[in-house]
Design a protein around this ligand. Structure first.
Ligand SMILES: Cc1cc2nc3c(=O)[nH]c(=O)nc-3n(C[C@H](O)[C@H](O)[C@H](O)COP(=O)(O)O)c2cc1C
Length: 198
């Protein structure tokens, strides 16, 4: 009899602990604070960042350089090429308020000359990403991620780099309407796979 009571007690304790663990896991999912940081020249990465912020409830932040890039494609590529050759760190005109509060950062950017625009280099070097997960989203004209994933790892070595996504999107000038239409179904499935929708 004592043995049966003992076994039943152990069983009930196990069920209670499992229920507690599940509820705290659910809470921590909801408690995760999300930042959606984006750099965009002709609006595609911006539109997708907006979609992500809406779907996840994350805060939007534009990575904006003090230098304003030329409005025509060829001129912009020239300036960007020179910045890359100089390994420049363009000054940013704003900063994230209390980065420490965020657990997850979606980083949306266009592929510029095979990697991140240099302003995104400045951004990644400006914060401590320890214990934070960065999910990269690149828009591009054919080169997909290029070297950008390696560069993100180098620039934020303490971050965990989560599964990224590449979206083909190429506009000649900012005056053209963005090629991507939102909500973009590929981005929607990615967010569902990550389990990060509201
Ligand atoms: C300065 C510059 C450099 C670019 N370099 C590349 C490149 O190396 N590979 C590529 O696939 N697309 C390249 N592109 C095309 C952009 O990736 C594409 O226009 C961008 O993803 C659109 O995003 P946005 O509208 O958010 O700016 C370049 C565009 C610019 C303006």
């Amino acid at each position: 009899m004592k043995l049966i009571i003992f076994v039943l007690t152990i069983f009930c304790l196990g069920v209670t602990m499992e229920a507690k663990a599940q509820s705290s896991e659910a809470n921590s999912q909801n408690d995760r604070k999300i930042l959606v940081a984006y750099f965009s020249w002709s609006g595609n990465a911006k539109a997708l960042a907006g979609q992500i912020a809406q779907a996840t409830g994350g805060d939007l932040f534009e990575i904006k350089t003090s230098i304003v890039y030329p409005n025509t494609y060829n001129a912009c590529t020239e300036v960007a090429k020179q910045e890359q050759e100089k390994n420049a760190r363009p000054i940013l005109s704003g900063s994230v308020e209390n980065m420490a509060q965020y657990d997850i950062i979606f980083l949306c950017y266009p592929n510029w000359w095979g990697t991140l625009p240099m302003g995104v280099f400045t951004f990644l070097e400006a914060y401590d990403f320890s214990a934070k997960t960065i999910y990269p989203l690149v828009t591009h004209g054919g080169s997909r991620f290029g070297r950008s994933l390696d560069d993100i790892k180098k620039l934020s070595p303490k971050a965990i780099i989560g599964q990224g996504i590449e979206i083909s999107a190429f506009d000649r000038d900012p005056s053209d309407s963005p090629k991507v239409k939102v909500p973009n179904t590929k981005v929607t499935s990615w967010l569902n796979t990550l389990g990060l929708t509201k």
